[in-house]
Design a protein around this ligand. Structure first.
Ligand code: BGC
Length: 766
């Protein structure tokens, strides 16, 4: 039997540098970025990577802990709903004669924070907690459990290096009930509710302290405040453990306090060691299913591990009522709102490595389908028009105005005009269905989403005198241009959605005629309407010029001022700030991948050399004013075989959250960009495509990548793919599940348990 690990071992981070992120010292200018980057999360709770040693109560309470789905609207004019932060449950102070030993984080001479990506834990070590009569050394660990998502755990080990003085350790919560209305506040349990949204929150806690292994009784000083007092001795080892259990209440008048207390009791029964062991096992299984390894490029490897860490942290397969906001649960930019980021940049990763999480995220869109239907009806359309920014109800949450870079108030039109969201959701549903074959999901939810979004587009695209159907007055992914007509991305994705809706109808009719009959009846769908959909799909304008193979990004785009972005290469602000809003709108400068995003999502729409032509044209005109942009360019470039360009985009995307010199990340990590990193590696360099009858691999590794390996799940089969640069070798191993087909160089190979397929990509191409 293996010995249980000592506290010393548990508080030591994973040794391999590829698995850890380290931050030394204290830099007040960088603290908030570090808090985002070093955040821990489990898809239900998110805790920013705030340092362990603080002076205690601050002037402004920090929003440290987020609870997925805990939205409310503040009582102000033009208020936008946002996540309400829960209390900070990690406050700890060491008092000597009533004075905190640490007055300010910067006072700790040596402070090292380590994000252990492998174990999903944040560790820290501080020395120099010193005054004339005392010197202590501190190690801490915190986690939010990956196996019991309601639970958080904080461990502290304090060694007294010198000093015989009377000390007090005070453990408290900060910001208790901030932004919430209190229902009850006991010593170890608080219950609150939101002012408007009908949500509840409960937090229950327990803490213990031992000196040299012996329990010291605590003194309760009021809600969430405990103290322990004693006289220090050199060599003393002080251990502290605190657990928190958090419950969100979704139903008015149901007290979430019981659930929080039950969860805490469960945690107490298995003990903090048990919680830690189960958490590490859950992380280990996530890594098993999702790790991507790169040999030959340590920077790329680190970028991937960091991205996978946050992606695995962001989802919760157990909650169909929430989705992942643009900063996940690592910060409050965009107030926790959900965008197309989830369906387009995150779902591919979840669908292929964690289908249970993907399903829950798509079910969120199913539960918000009524709100999408209401939005469509309200604007005079049929079917479902999803919110551009969505929170808990699915109602449109996009603010209608904001302060622009020139400090003038500008109108935000995305909530009504950025309509491609309704195709993006359908895209993710169809992709999930293709990759998983999850019939229950298709029949219970997926089919209805695809049919209702297809119906939306068929009502949105209107026939005109030229015999074509047009979609006028939209915003494409490139948000610099508003109120445009026939955005190629929107129209082609709309056509694709209508066609998939027709496929879904045919599929259900063929295989599940009873289900089709009842669904068609409920949705009041008949043959006449399906025919009308087909007609729209046949004649929708796309802006494709068959002679050049170029899609015009929108009607009139090619006539706009062509600005050479190379002349602005050294700029440090976005192009719309450099040029001003008006001139940007009159120019071909693109905020982010738009036609290139279409190339990334639907490469089959780009025949022959059209992909290369479009990439060349739009790559030069794209200013990458969004964190989502470079990954799409990287994906497209890799698929086109331009591995050097793709690697540059891959590394620039990694820099967004990992480097302190690029973008401010104080408001949270850019989770879509992190999903994009996985997409460039696996879809781009790995050349993976999902087919109805298996998977295909067509790799394009950058020259520096000697080997790339990744895990994925197709239908019920788990497989591992390994690509070797030198021998252009592709090896696929079926780790479990049914035999399946893998296509290499277009040739099908049968993949069976115990007999990996090994093929040279070049040989297969010959
Ligand atoms: C981008 C959108 C994105 C949003 C949230 C915006 O700046 O233009 O495409 O969905 O940020 O990440």
């Amino acid at each position: 039997m293996t010995q249980p690990k000592t506290l010393e071992q548990l508080l030591a981070p994973t040794g391999d540098p590829a698995w850890v992120l380290i931050e030394e010292g204290f830099d007040p200018l960088r603290e908030t970025s570090v808090e985002s980057r070093f955040a821990i999360s489990n898809g239900f709770l998110g805790v920013r990577g705030v340092r362990a040693t603080t002076r205690g109560t601050r002037w402004v309470a920090p929003a440290r802990t987020y609870v997925a789905g805990l939205f409310d609207t503040p009582d102000t004019t033009y208020a936008t709903p946002g996540l309400v932060p829960a209390a900070d449950w990690l406050q700890i102070r060491l008092l000597v004669n009533g004075e905190p030993l640490v007055q300010h984080p910067g006072e700790v001479r040596s402070h090292r924070m380590t994000l252990d990506l492998r174990r999903g834990a944040l560790l820290s070590e501080s020395s120099g907690l010193t005054r004339a009569d005392l010197n202590v050394h501190l190690k801490t660990l915190r986690l939010v459990s990956m196996s019991e998502r309601a639970l958080g755990l904080q461990l502290i080990e304090m060694t007294v290096e010198a000093g015989v003085v009377d000390v007090t350790v005070e453990a408290s919560f900060e910001g208790v009930g901030l932004g919430l209305l209190s229902d009850r506040l006991d010593q170890d349990l608080g219950v609150w509710h939101t002012a408007h949204s009908g949500k509840g929150l409960a937090m229950a806690t327990a803490a213990a302290l031992q000196i040299d292994g012996r329990d010291v009784p605590a003194t309760a000083l009021g809600p969430f405040k405990l103290t322990w007092s004693w006289t220090t001795q050199p060599g003393q080892a002080v251990s502290f453990q605190r657990s928190v259990a958090i419950a969100r209440g979704d139903v008015k008048d149901v007290d979430p306090g019981h659930e929080a207390r039950d969860q805490l009791d469960r945690g107490q029964r298995i003990g903090w060691r048990g919680v830690l062991v189960a958490h590490e096992a859950a992380w280990s299984s996530r890594w098993q299913r999702s790790d991507v390894t790169v040999e030959g490029d340590a920077k790329a490897q680190k970028a991937l591990r960091f991205a996978l860490y946050h992606l695995n942290s962001a989802a919760n397969p157990g909650d169909e009522r929430v989705s992942i906001g643009a900063r996940a649960l690592t910060g409050d930019d965009y107030r926790g709102h959900v965008f197309w980021d989830t369906e387009i940049f995150l779902l591919p990763f979840y669908t292929l490595t964690w289908p249970e999480a993907a399903r829950a995220l798509l079910m969120y869109r199913f539960h918000t389908l009524d709100a999408a239907r209401a939005k469509a009806t309200g604007m005079g359309y049929r079917g479902a028009f999803y919110a551009w920014e969505s929170a808990d109800t699915g109602d449109e949450m996009t603010p209608t105005q904001a302060v622009g870079p020139d400090r003038k108030i500008i109108k935000i039109l995305c909530g009504t005009q950025e309509q491609h969201i309704s195709a993006d959701v359908a895209y993710a549903v169809w992709y999930y269905w293709q990759a998983t074959g999850d019939e229950a999901f298709l029949l219970d939810a997926g089919a209805e989403i695809v049919l209702e979004t297809g119906r939306f587009w068929a009502s949105r695209a209107q026939p005109e005198a030229d015999g074509l159907c047009h979609i006028r007055g939209v915003i494409g992914p490139d948000e610099y241009h508003e109120h445009i007509d026939d955005n190629a991305f929107t129209n082609v994705m709309a056509r694709w959605t209508i066609r998939r809706a027709l496929d879904v109808a045919a599929l259900l009719r063929k295989h599940w005629p009873d289900r089709w009959a009842s669904l068609a009846q409920r949705l009041k769908l008949n043959e006449v309407e399906l025919k009308q959909w087909q007609n729209v799909a046949d004649v929708i304008a796309t802006g494709l010029d068959p002679t050049t193979g170029l899609f015009e990004q929108f009607a009139g785009y090619f006539a706009l001022e062509d600005i050479d972005l190379a002349l602005y290469a050294g700029r440090s602000v976005p192009m719309d700030v450099v040029l001003g809003r008006e001139r940007t709108q009159q120019s071909q400068v693109v905020k982010q991948a738009d036609v290139v995003a279409l190339l990334g999502l639907l490469p089959e729409e780009f025949a022959g050399t059209s992909g290369v032509a479009n990439f060349r044209y739009y790559d030069q005109r794209c200013s990458h004013g969004s964190s989502l942009s470079r990954a799409m360019h990287g994906l497209a470039a890799a698929r086109l075989g331009q591995s050097d360009v793709a690697l540059r985009y891959f590394l620039e995307t990694a820099d967004i959250d990992l480097s302190d010199t690029k973008v401010a990340i104080d408001g949270g990590v850019h989770i879509a960009a992190l999903g994009g990193i996985w997409m460039v590696a696996v879809f781009g360099f790995g050349g993976l495509t999902i087919r109805d009858d298996g998977i295909a691999i067509d790799p394009h590794l950058p020259a520096s990548w000697l080997r790339l390996a990744f895990s994925l799940q197709w239908r019920r089969s788990h497989l591992k793919v390994r690509i070797e640069q030198a021998r252009t070798l592709i090896e696929a191993t079926l780790e479990s599940g049914e035999p399946m087909t893998i296509f290499i160089g277009g040739e099908p190979y049968e993949l069976r348990p115990g007999s990996p397929v090994r093929r040279s990509a070049e040989a297969a191409l010959n």
